[in-house]
Design a protein around this ligand. Structure first.
Ligand SMILES: *Cc1c(COP(=O)(O)O)cnc(C)c1O
Length: 431
C-alpha cells in the first residue's frame, strides 16, 4: 500500500484510512453534497503547505516566508475569477458555513434582519437556524416553497420582503432541485433596499460549467463550498461579480470610500478566521484549474443528465419528487406514499452500500431525526463514470429495497450487485 507509507507509524489511523477508502470504492455514493476529488487535488492537500502560517492576504501578510504561498493563493484567486467571470474572489474560508458567517459579519450588525430559504424546506443551517450562529446573532426570517408545486413563489418572497424589510436576502439551498430566479431576487432586494447573497454551495460546479443561471450579474455577493459539484477540496469561497464602494459610506482615515472587497476580506480575516489553510488553498487552485478544462463542462452536463434519468425513473415507479423533478444534480423524494420514513430508507439503502441521507420534505409531519424523505444527488456517481443506464439500474435497486425495507436477503443480493458495478469504476487506482 504505497499510499500509506506516510502513516506506517500509526497502524490504527492507517487501518481507518484503508477501511474508508474501501467503503468509498465499493458503494454507490448518492449524498448530494459529496463528490470525489481528483488524485491531484487530494494529494495537494496532504502537503507541507500545511506548515505555513500566512495570516493576511497575498502581498500583505503578518508573517515572513510567504513568497511561495502568496503565489499559490494568487493562482487560486485568479483561476476562480476566470472560472466564474467575476472581479473579486476570496479563497480563504475554511468551509461554506465560514464563508457565510464571514459575509454576515462583514455586512450586517447584530440584530439585523435576514431573509433566507426555509430550513425545513431544504435551506441551510448557516442561513439563520436558531441553533446556528446566524440565527442567534441575527433576526432570521424565511421564505419557502408552495405545498402544491414544491417551488418558490416569487410573489410571496416579495411580499415577505416588504413585510420584514431585511438588510440581507439569501438565495440558495441544500435541497432545492430547481434553478433560481436571480433577476427577480435582485428586483425584490432593490425594492426593499437589501443586499443580495447567492449561496451556490450545491450547484457551483453546474454554474461554473454554464449549465444553470449565473447569479454573478444579479447578486451583490456569492458564497460557495468548493467540495460539492465543484469537486475541489473541502472548503469555502466568496465572490463578487463587480467590486464597488460600500453602501454605508464607510471611508478610510484619508476619507476615501472603502471597497466592498476590503470589507469582505476583513470579514474573513481578521473577522472570522485566523491563518488560512494554504495546503487547501493550493488544492483549490488545482481544482479550479480542472474546472476550467472543457472536460469539466462535459462532466456537469452528465451530472444533470444522470439526475434527470434518475428523476424520470423514480417518477415512473410511483415516487413523489418535491417539485416533480429536477433542474440540477439533486432531487428530494417524498416517501410518505411508500410507507417508509427517510430514516428507514437511509438505513435500508445503506445495508446495500447505497449511501443517501434522510431529509425533511417541505411541510414534513415527521421529526428531523426521522423525516419523510431522502435527498439524492448524482455529482459523485458521475465522477465515478456512471451514465444514465447505470443510474436507472440504481433506481431499480432503490425501489426493490424500499419495497421490502426489512428483507435482509434482498439487501445482501443487491449489495453484491452494487459492489460488482462499482468495481468496474475504479476510485484512486494509483493508491
Ligand atoms: C453545504 C452547504 C453549506 C455549508 O458548507 P460546509 O462546508 O459544510 O460548511 C452552506 N450553504 C449551503 C447552501 C450548503 O448546501
Amino acid at each position: 500500500m504505497p499510499f500509506f507509507d506516510f502513516i506506517q507509524t500509526d497502524p490504527q489511523v492507517s487501518a481507518l484510512l484503508s477501511q474508508e477508502l474501501d467503503r468509498q470504492r465499493r458503494g454507490v455514493e448518492l449524498i448530494a453534497s459529496e463528490n470525489f476529488t481528483s488524485y491531484a487535488v487530494m494529494r495537494t492537500m496532504g502537503t507541507w503547505l500545511t506548515n505555513k502560517y500566512a495570516e493576511g492576504y497575498p502581498g500583505k501578510r503578518y508573517y515572513g516566508g510567504c513568497e511561495i504561498v502568496d503565489q499559490a493563493e494568487q493562482l487560486a484567486i485568479d483561476r476562480l475569477k476566470d472560472l466564474f467571470g467575476v472581479e473579486y474572489a476570496n479563497v480563504q474560508p475554511h468551509s461554506g458555513a465560514q464563508a457565510n458567517a464571514a459575509v454576515f459579519l462583514a455586512v450586517l450588525q447584530p440584530g439585523d434582519t435576514i431573509l433566507g430559504f426555509d430550513l425545513s424546506h431544504g435551506g441551510h443551517l448557516s442561513h439563520g437556524s436558531p441553533v446556528n450562529y446566524s440565527g442567534k446573532v441575527y433576526n432570521a426570517t424565511f421564505y419557502g416553497v408552495e405545498q402544491e408545486t414544491g417551488r418558490i413563489d416569487m410573489d410571496k418572497v416579495a411580499a415577505t420582503a416588504r413585510e420584514v424589510k431585511p438588510k440581507l436576502i439569501v438565495c440558495g439551498a441544500s435541497a432545492y432541485a430547481r434553478d433560481w430566479d436571480y433577476p427577480r431576487f435582485r428586483a425584490i432586494a432593490d425594492e426593499v433596499g437589501a443586499l443580495l447573497l447567492a449561496d451556490i454551495a450545491h450547484p457551483a460546479g453546474l454554474i461554473a460549467g454554464r449549465h444553470l443561471a449565473d447569479p454573478a450579474p444579479w447578486v451583490d455577493i456569492i458564497t460557495s463550498t468548493t467540495h460539492k459539484t465543484l469537486r475541489g477540496p473541502r472548503g469555502g469561497i466568496i465572490m463578487m461579480g463587480k467590486d464597488k464602494d460600500n453602501p454605508w459610506g464607510r471611508t478610510t482615515k484619508k476619507g476615501e470610500p472603502i471597497k466592498m472587497s476590503a470589507i469582505l476580506n476583513s470579514g474573513v480575516f481578521p473577522g472570522m478566521q485566523g491563518g488560512p489553510l494554504e495546503h487547501v488553498i493550493a488544492a483549490k487552485a488545482v481544482a479550479f484549474g480542472e474546472a476550467l478544462q472543457p472536460s469539466f463542462k462535459t462532466y456537469g452536463a452528465q451530472v444533470m443528465a444522470n439526475a434527470n434519468a434518475m428523476a424520470e425513473a423514480l417518477v415512473e415507479r410511483g415516487y413523489q419528487l418535491v417539485s416533480g423533478g429536477t433542474d440540477n444534480h439533486l432531487m428530494l423524494i417524498d416517501l410518505s406514499n411508500k410507507g417508509v420514513t427517510g430514516k428507514t430508507a437511509e438505513a435500508t439503502l445503506g445495508q446495500a452500500d447505497i449511501t443517501v441521507n434522510k431529509n425533511m420534505v417541505p411541510f414534513d409531519t415527521q421529526s428531523p431525526m426521522t423525516t419523510s424523505g431522502i435527498r439524492i444527488g448524482t455529482a459523485a456517481v458521475t465522477t465515478r463514470g456512471l451514465k444514465e443506464k447505470e443510474c436507472v439500474q440504481i433506481v431499480d435497486w432503490i425501489d426493490a429495497l424500499i419495497r421490502k425495507p426489512d428483507d435482509e436477503q434482498v439487501q445482501a443480493t443487491i449489495r453484491k450487485e452494487v459492489n460488482a458495478l462499482m468495481e468496474q469504476y475504479p476510485l484512486y487506482p494509483m493508491v
